[in-house]
Design a binder for this molecule. Structure first.
Ligand code: PPS
Length: 294
């Protein structure tokens, strides 16, 4: 594929670095019309979006894990801001064509989220993950996602992360702004590490938030269906349906490790010290906190 959007640098949208291919005609995002029953899955990248998307999809199918396995996750739960002009239709257009209730994936920070989601008081499920594992996952993702700029060496990557020079901007801004809004808005704030620790307990929270009630057996079935192993093997969730010109999974698989603590295999002692200082400073003013080991 002649791929004009390959390895382009981030493009700034109101101060937030964004995937270049997704930036033309940005009014389509600002003017996006939410519906009252939209369910938004909002995350900083690499924080468990796909995992939560599949959980929400199965819950809305009343726990029927067989139903609608023919569509890939990026078709069932379109990413609002995604677009590769000439190759992949805009997520916003795909969403316009879907029946309600729609499931909307987005990595947009609070400052760029279309206003209509707030006006319609849509349910938002936010998933946050500890930033060290996010950085590691994002690095591997940058190596295989040709819509992103080259990540460069890992030695410099942690600095870029700290500076917020990443697609979708600063991790800290992202997680804090949704955290601060959660009490006044219709937001269920979830943690990737909690989901790893006790998937059933966490899926139960999502089920309640979506107004459903399932038996223990159904919850167990959802846990199995959305386990890392099952989702890695499932062609509708492992992104194998997406063109390898966009994501080259021979470089790094989308479903890579799915664990907590892989950062220990990547962070050097000095990177870790620097990161801990940054984290302590930035998090000193909030009651939000993360677990780095489960
Ligand atoms: S994206 O591209 O931003 O939408 O990626 P996202 O889905 O947010 O995050 C990808 C990471 O989530 C891991 N993952 C899972 N972990 C545990 N269980 C399940 N079921 C699961 N599904 C996806 C995936 O492996 C990526 O993390 P890393 O650390 O790279 O393995």
């Amino acid at each position: 594929m002649d791929f004009e959007w390959r390895r382009k640098d981030w493009v700034m949208i109101r101060g937030v670095p964004m995937i270049c291919a997704c930036t033309p005609n940005w009014e389509r995002i600002d003017n996006f019309q939410a519906r009252e029953d939209d369910i938004v899955i909002a995350t900083y990248p690499k924080s468990g979006t796909t995992w939560m998307s599949e959980i929400v999809d199965v819950i809305l199918n009343d726990g029927d894990t067989e139903k609608n396995q023919k569509d890939a996750i990026f078709e069932k739960v379109p990413m609002l801001e995604f677009w590769v002009p000439g190759e992949v239709s805009p997520g916003s257009e795909l969403l316009d064509s879907l029946p309600s209730p729609r499931k909307v994936k987005t990595h947009l920070p609070v400052s760029l989220l279309p206003k209509s989601f707030w006006e319609k008081n849509c349910k938002i499920i936010y998933v946050a993950r500890n930033p060290k594992d996010v950085a590691v996952s994002f690095y591997h993702f940058d190596t295989m996602n040709n819509l992103h700029p080259e990540p460069g060496p890992w030695e410099k990557y942690v600095d870029k992360f700290i500076q917020g020079n990443m697609g979708f901007g600063s991790w800290i801004t992202h997680v804090k702004e949704f955290w601060d809004l959660r009490k006044d808005r219709n937001i269920l704030y979830m943690f990737y590490e909690d989901m790893l620790e006790d998937p059933k307990r966490e899926i139960h929270k999502v089920m309640k938030f979506l107004g459903k009630d399932f038996s223990d057996d159904v919850l167990e079935k959802i846990c199995l269906h959305t386990s890392f192993k099952a989702m890695k093997e499932n062609p509708s969730t492992n992104y194998s349906a997406l063109s390898s010109a966009i994501m080259d999974q021979s470089v790094s698989p989308f479903m890579r490790k799915g664990i907590c603590g892989d950062w220990k295999n990547h962070f050097t002692v000095s990177q870790n010290e620097k990161f801990d200082k940054y984290y302590e400073k930035e998090m000193s003013s909030t009651d939000l906190s993360f677990r780095f080991i489960v």
